[in-house]
Design a protein around this ligand. Structure first.
Ligand SMILES: [Zn+2]
Length: 95
């Protein structure tokens, strides 16, 4: 079980949140072409390590938060607002 420290509500169990996807994706330009949009919509990396993700606090403040989570240990290094620049721990720190 994860404990996510919502900046508005405090630490809560992950059952109150809904995973909303990879927070590192950037929408392609309008003229980028079909292949770029197909990749943006359907293709995802499966990283083993630190990952920046969207989580929505659906049973709390309902805000969408940015979370830095280690995909192997589920350790959470940082939680912030959607527009926050969160620090990602060194790649060698937890791998
Ligand atoms: Zn909250």
């Amino acid at each position: 079980m994860l404990r996510i420290a919502c900046p508005h509500c405090g630490p809560r169990d992950d059952v109150e949140f809904r995973y909303r996807g990879d927070a590192t994706l950037a929408r392609p330009a309008a003229d980028a072409g079909v292949d770029a949009f197909a990749s943006y919509v359907f293709e995802r990396d499966n990283p083993a390590g630190w990952h920046v993700e969207w989580w929505q606090h659906v049973q709390g403040c309902r805000r969408v938060l940015k979370v830095v989570r280690h995909t192997l240990t589920h350790e959470i290094a940082a939680v912030g607002e959607a527009n926050d620049e969160l620090r990602i721990p060194d790649a060698g720190a937890k791998s």
